[in-house]
Design a protein around this ligand. Sequence first.
Ligand SMILES: Nc1ncnc2c1ncn2[C@@H]1O[C@H](COP(=O)(O)OP(=O)(O)OP(=O)(O)O)[C@@H](O)[C@H]1O
Ligand SMILES: [Mg+2]
Length: 182
Amino acid sequence: MTPARDRWSYVTHTEEETRRVGATLGRLLAPGDVIALTGPLGAGKTRLVQGIAQGLDIDRPITSPTFILMNLYPGSQGRTLCHIDCYRMRDPVEEGYDLGLDQQLGGEDICVVEWAERIAPLLPTDHLAITIEPLGDHRRRLTFQARGPRSRALLEALAAHLDTDRSTEHARHRRKGTGASS
Ligand SMILES: Nc1ncnc2c1ncn2[C@@H]1O[C@H](COP(=O)(O)OP(=O)(O)OP(=O)(O)O)[C@@H](O)[C@H]1O
Ligand SMILES: [Mg+2]
């Protein structure tokens, strides 16, 4: 058994791949989970959330809740996605408390927060932090950091799934390569 990891990185090469990472994560999420997304404008935070929604079997299109702060989407198995975007908040922490964001983040919905670093004091201790770093036009480094036992378990499961997907993909490419040269 591999030791539990608190920090793990994964590089995606296309928007679609980032969406797939989100979908894999979305399938693993349970009520009360909190995902905190950080990364510059256009990093791919919303793409990742769109994938998470797909993994929660949400059919409605996910758009950035830039002007209304938060959108709720009912998903499968009684799971509801709460998509929060803190970009346009003027005084995020104070406004967040006024709006009851701390209650929302401590509730039963699955909360995914864009620009989460802006409301850091409102986040529950145990959350999965994901930093998206653009490495070029299409490459993105996703760094996952678990902040407690639940997010550690989540990260462990996610890493195992993505490692398996990647090995399967490599094996498929190797077979294709062999096939082409024979
Ligand atoms: N590997 C990749 N993963 C995700 N997005 C990518 C990738 N490669 C290119 N892109 C492009 O980067 C952009 C990401 O946009 P997105 O709205 O998801 O960013 P964001 O981090 O939510 O930005 P904002 O801070 O404005 O909300 C899209 O135009 C997408 O096509
Ligand atoms: Mg966005």
